[in-house]
Ligand binder design. Sequence first.
Ligand code: ATP
Ligand code: MG
Length: 578
Amino acid sequence: MTDSNPDSTAVETQDARPSNFLRDQIAEDVRSHRYGDAIVQTRFPPEPNGYLHIGHAKAICLDFGLSQEFGGKTNLRFDDTNPQKEEQEYVDSIQQDVRWLGFQWDRLCYASDYFPQLYDWALQLIKSGNAYVDDLSADQIRQHRGSLTEPGTDSPYRTRSVEENLDLFQRMKAGEFPDGARVLRAKIDMASPNLNMRDPVMYRILHATHHRTGDTWCIYPMYDYAHGQSDSIERVTHSMCTLEFTDHQPLYKWFIQQLGIFPSQQIEFDRLNITYTMLSKRKLLQLVQENRVSGWDDPRMPTLSGLRRRGFTPEAIRTFVAAAGVSRTNGVTDIEMLEHFQRDDLNRHSRRAMAVLNPLKLVIDNYPADQVEHVEVANNPEDPSAGTRSVPFSREIYIDHDDFREVPPPKYYRLSPGKEVRLRNAYFVTAHSIVKDPAGNITQVHCTYDPLSRGGNSPDGRKVKSTMHWVSAPHAISAEIRIYDKLFSKPNPSDLEEDSHGNPIGDVLDNLNPNSLEVLTSAKLEPSLAQAAPGDHFQFERVGYFCVDKDSTEIRKIFNRTLPLKDSWAKIEKKSSA
Ligand code: ATP
Ligand code: MG
């Protein structure tokens, strides 16, 4: 793992849970009765403008996990202030994903439910001389804003009377003006070193249909005007969010103070970033819209729906997020760490099965043609309670093309002419001859078996160097296997070449891995997999972890490779501790 969290506190508390500044702050507030006898109240506040990704999983685990620890409650609140980008589809998927991750909210809330209250508060701020209607265009407002080194300049409309402001704002709401004609701004300080305090826009005119309020409103509150007050309305005690909101906190406090409402406390933590992974909803939307992926739930996507379809589990994601920790500095976590926790979980919980991805027929010449035996094999050696199943064995079986070489390279211990190997749980076989097609491709291998080695051991104590998986040919079911690799080919997907002026060349999507999906159409699986249902997880022995895709039908099974068996993370860990 990249050591990216220099500030993270890893002090072990008495209950052996590593402490962090969020937990410490909440514990301190509970101890000091900062909110009287009020329970710890948190919320997870997504904007319904895309599907949740694994970065959101971190926020969800913190929001729900910490309130649970302190006997508190967590709301799911949609910060739905932007009708142009928000949709019911996103609202539904977000709820599904939060539940899937293992959490249940107390109240389901929408910032749009607070539109009447937010409007009344805007009137209140106008009346107290703290807000004004501005006729400048968006461009002019930007020009007046100044920069980090230069103060802003006051709008000529800043000194409007309360009466005029009230009149104009009410007429904005009544629909008298076109989009963009006017805005309502907070009257704070155009010279503030914090740009967010330079008279930020509170309301804009937008004649758009909202996914919940329909055409009731033609003015919409800005996110920064709605977010803090929504927390306050829900009496959120600890409002946790990512570091980019640190500079917005003074503004949220200003609104709350001017209005004299419940003082929610905002605490910021680092965003989760993962190597080879894009965690920006805007960019993920672009991937979907440009058909670079099959949808939000494409198994290569870092969305929770994509990860679920790929075969990732909520347990592993929660363990990973906890292990990645929280900090006050943004860093990057290696994707191998996520994969490590996922393999660990699947190793313990997934049923084993035999599957041949690139089949090569192996004919056992001395095995009776009409004989079928059934071998009893463990469903999961890690979990005896998973039981056993019986797997048919017959004269013609499939092995993987990779497991046979006509001319074996040095240290190749699998099957080759004259070599003896073990067929897992079955017999020893020795290869003798091969059959090729006119193009020279090997189409069949002929071998003999040792009937005394039934179960996979020879009574004379003979050793073989390799054990191979197999599937009985007449019993096999055919399947499609989708092999996924990283969606981006660079550790930092946003890493772009620069021209001589230091400007980036091209687009993040130029860093897409062209080989992120490989489809194998002729895989052969053991017959027990005919019963597998979408979402079921398996370890295909010697190959990797797989899960049944939702496109699967009774007739045609489709499996997604969740991860190959190889655990590069364990290797990295070994290397670094050596
Ligand atoms: P994006 O930048 O991808 O559009 P966002 O922050 O705008 O994401 P929201 O719907 O506003 O998306 O996010 C809901 C909550 O999830 C916020 O509190 C936000 O701080 C948190 N969050 C978003 N991305 C991450 C991340 N990568 N790591 C941790 N928390 C995140
Ligand atoms: Mg956001």
